[in-house]
Ligand binder design. Structure first.
Ligand code: D5M
Ligand code: FE
Ligand code: ZN
Length: 495
């Protein structure tokens, strides 16, 4: 029996041998003799361990600590919330229903707040006498600053409308009002005036403090986004290093040790650069055919170790409708990605539960590309002033407080064709990952939710430069230990 036959026998019997160990088996080894004595007793993983240790002891100088025969760790992926489109036809009635559903969903979150116990519908305010305290819930129809520096907001619910005055001396309420945007649903407490309510406090639906979950397995999840395969600015060499790292072929010992623990890889949209996405894009494409772009993408992702589960959603560059929620990638164009057995296609947005194994309840990951960020960076003052696109963390906090991924109607196109608003943040996640911005990776904890503004794999394009995006930093990924919840940012753009 040859070395090759030996390996074949191991595979046939579902035993694994590491390439390193194999390299260390000398060709002069007496395989036949070995099988006569040992081979027939091989029945379990432990037997293989014995066998290989025996091999090692007998055959070569080899440091045992370098071998890796740990029990293969379990992994698991369940898609908790995936949008399924029933129809692409939309009529005005659907939009009315859509807003009504959103109102009911977010009202549900607000009603858990103690300040809003005893909330009344807006048509009942006229029955109240002046100076009586009230609690209200409504959609923000208007927000205006008066010449004296106060805010007046108009709230609407299914029964009526009311104006609320936010006095500039009420610092806390003024600060909260800074981030109030049109069409969002909020609670207000105050006292009744004539034709107006004098506001005391503004209450956002907000996420509750989350349990800071950790699992006992020493496994990691990697978060990235915006590959833009097909673009002449796609950083192919860096991306190859990243794939090499995942496959334990690249990096120093510590980095390889980290890579070995990776079981989950999230990619938050813009897998390819697409075709005809912005004016004169074709001049910046090295692959001009959308199917070829996805094929190339699948070629890279197809090299990733199969025990790493890859979750993919679409972005505004993918060959999909731009309206959110976006369905899973199109099979016709991205068929090559569908062929990869470790790929899970999810909608944008979606909630995915990972690592529900051995009695552990798993982690919920909210994944959203973030196309609507453009609107909020430009329209929410405090985010723009704090750094705009550099502050994906502020954007993510903003959405978590509002329990909605795009509260303002005009910020994103959306499809009102389901029985609830799929952009409402219903599940409070353990991880919230977004892409789109292409600036540096941002990681922040908010109420024990790990927020990750994932990085990109595309250098600054001429189009982005024209838009003023000069702070584009590709080739960095966030690696999260699910055991410790520590996050490391690994840079593949060096050298
Ligand atoms: O987005 C890449 C980057 O370019 C991201 O930071 C947003 C920015 N971008 C893209 N389109 C626009 C528009 N229309 N206005 C402002 N900023 C924009 P990507 O989705 O990869 O093209
Ligand atoms: Fe992008
Ligand atoms: Zn994008």
């Amino acid at each position: 029996m040859s070395k090759k036959d030996f390996v074949g026998w191991l595979y046939d019997n579902n035993y694994m041998i590491t390439p390193k160990l194999l390299d260390n088996i000398q060709d002069s080894f007496d395989f036949n003799g070995f099988f006569e004595n040992k081979g027939k007793f091989l029945e379990s993983q432990e037997d293989v361990l014995m066998l290989t240790e025996d091999l090692l002891k007998n055959l070569m100088k080899f440091e045992l600590k370098e071998t890796n025969f740990e029990k293969e760790l379990d992994s698991n992926v369940e898609i908790i919330s995936n949008y399924s489109s029933a129809s692409n036809k939309k009529v005005v009635k659907d939009f009315v229903m859509y807003f009504r559903k959103r109102y009911e969903q977010i009202k549900g979150f607000l009603l858990t707040r103690s300040e809003l116990q005893g909330v009344i519908s807006l048509n009942r305010i006229i029955k109240k006498t002046e100076n009586e305290p009230v609690a209200l819930i409504g959609i923000v129809l208007e927000k205006n600053e008066t010449k004296n520096g106060h805010f007046i907001i108009t709230l609407e619910d299914p029964t009526g409308r009311v104006k609320v005055l936010i006095h500039k001396k009420n610092k806390e309420m003024m600060e909260a009002a800074e981030e109030l945007v049109l069409d969002e649903i909020v609670g207000v407490t105050g006292v009744v005036g004539s034709d107006i309510v004098f506001g005391d406090a503004l209450i956002y639906p907000e996420v509750p403090l989350k349990e800071f979950k950790k699992c006992s397995d020493d496994v990691c999840a990697v978060f990235t986004s915006d590959l833009h395969v097909g673009s002449d600015m796609f950083v192919e060499d860096d991306f190859k290093k990243f794939i090499g790292w995942l496959n334990l072929e690249y990096g120093d010992d510590d980095q390889k040790e980290m890579a070995r623990k990776v079981k989950y890889l999230f990619i938050a949209g813009d897998l390819v650069d697409g075709v005809g996405i912005y004016p004169n894009q074709d001049k910046e494409l090295v692959i001009k055919d959308i199917v070829e772009q996805y094929n190339k993408c699948a070629e890279y992702l197809g090299k990733v170790r199969k025990d790493i589960k890859i979750m993919i959603c679409g972005g505004n560059h993918d060959a999909l409708r731009i309206a959110e929620p976006q369905p899973v990638l199109n099979r016709e164009f991205a068929g090559s990605l569908y062929k990869l057995e470790n790929v899970y296609m999810v909608t944008n947005p979606s909630v995915i539960n990972i690592h529900k194994v051995n009695g552990f309840t798993g982690f919920n990951v909210l994944m959203y590309h973030g196309y609507c960020f453009d609107y909020y960076v430009n329209n929410v003052n405090y985010i723009r002033m704090a750094g705009g696109y550099d502050r994906a963390d502020l954007l993510m906090e903003f959405f978590l407080r509002k329990r909605h991924l795009s509260p303002t109607h005009s910020a994103t196109l959306y499809m009102p064709d389901v029985d609830k608003d799929p952009l409402v943040i219903e599940t409070v996640p353990d991880f919230f990952v977004t892409g789109h911005v292409h600036h540096d990776v941002v990681v922040k904890n908010y109420k024990n939710i790990t927020m990750i503004g994932a990085g990109s794999w595309q250098k600054m394009t001429a189009f982005q430069e024209k838009l003023g995006h000069t702070n584009i930093i590709p080739s960095r990924v966030a690696v999260v230990s699910l055991k410790t919840r520590q996050v490391k940012v690994v840079d593949f753009g060096k050298e």
